[in-house]
Design a protein around this ligand. Structure first.
Ligand code: P6P
Length: 329
């Protein structure tokens, strides 16, 4: 056994972190391990998306009215199955399911946590081989233990979140996970099938020179937003937009910058969903020192009114987001 092994697996890392809190029970670590297992299975399918019959639409459409790619449905089912069998999850809410799913076996009903996720965000990019991802967040339920979870468990403000993360299926497969202790990145080592610590203590730059928005929507923006985009161009910032929130936010976390999906004439409340896209990504970015806002209020302060609620979002390097808010208000 190589005693000076450098690799630290996700499990070793979370066990090490749990030891720092004498009253920690390891339940959150178990939940993270279950989620990472589902994502490893999703990764396997995503990596061979061009083969077999996983491409092409599933024929159904989700609550957003978007055609469900087969991989969306597979990813959703994988996460639900793993979490249903987890000893730590009472139920889930997912972009791909109209309503939340309460797990009604005895173990699940006595679990403390609920999980919200977008099982395969950016799935319209699957057939062009652009990076896509899974986004998740974990809350303590507000309903009593021993009973099925209820909708109120899923309509908590982001400030009540206990942990959040994403897996990006890109040139490498990475899991980025945030708790009150900070943000850490783990890269999948395929030869051993383990996520290994590769980006300890991730911090988003205070300032940056990249702005990320679908410029095709510019004519639908109000004049103040247009003036902010002109400011970005006058400052000779670089424009980068992949059209996959996980990929655009991962770049923002690593290189700094600002990502925006504002409200416009077509999307009155923006396009991105609050509870399983904007909240978890804002939690991660803010634990890394950045900022996430609708332009009028902090994303994490919003009390959700319904599961698939959409909000505008400006997120990334703190100084850039503050400048954008100053100019658009
Ligand atoms: P648009 C992907 O469909 C997604 O939900 C996010 O991942 C991404 O940021 C956004 O929509 C892209 O939307 O309108 O620019 O194609």
């Amino acid at each position: 056994m190589n005693s000076n092994r450098k690799l630290m697996t996700l499990d070793e890392f979370t066990i090490h972190q749990t030891r720092q809190f004498s009253n920690a029970t390891g339940e959150l670590s178990t939940l993270l391990r279950d989620i990472s297992l589902a994502c490893k299975m999703i990764n396997k399918q995503v990596n061979k998306a061009g083969l077999g019959d996983v491409l092409g639409t599933h024929g159904a459409t989700n609550v957003q009215g978007e055609e469900q790619m087969k991989l969306d449905v597979y990813s959703d089912q994988m996460l639900i199955n793993v979490l249903r069998n987890s000893s730590e999850c009472a139920g889930i809410a997912s972009e791909e399911n109209d309503d939340f799913v309460a797990f009604e076996d005895e173990y699940s009903m006595n679990s403390k946590y609920v999980v919200m996720f977008d099982p395969l965000d950016g799935s319209s990019n699957i057939d062009v081989n652009a990076s896509i991802g899974t986004i998740f967040c974990i809350y303590k339920r507000v309903s009593p233990l021993g009973t099925p979870c209820v909708e109120a468990d899923f309509l908590q403000p982001g400030s009540a979140m206990k942990a959040a993360g994403y897996v990006i299926y890109g040139s490498s497969t990475m899991l980025v996970y945030a708790t009150k202790l900070g943000v850490n990145g783990f890269t999948l080592e395929p030869s051993i099938g383990e996520f290994c610590l590769s980006h300890p203590g991730m911090k988003v730059k205070e300032n940056g020179k990249i702005y990320s928005i679908n410029q095709g929507n510019t004519n639908k923006l109000n004049d103040k937003l247009k003036s902010y985009l002109n400011y970005c161009m006058d400052e000779e910032f670089s424009h980068r937009y992949i059209g996959s929130m996980v990929a655009d936010l991962h770049r923002t976390l690593i290189k700094g910058g600002i990502f925006m999906y504002p409200a416009d004439l077509k999307n009155k409340n923006g396009k991105l969903r609050l509870i399983y896209e904007c909240n978890p990504m804002t939690y991660i970015v803010e634990k890394a020192g950045g900022l996430g806002t609708t332009g009028n209020e902090n994303i994490l302060d919003i009390k959700p009114q319904e599961l698939h609620q959409r909000v505008p979002i400006f997120i990334g390097s703190k100084s850039m987001v503050e400048k954008a808010v100053e100019m658009i208000n």
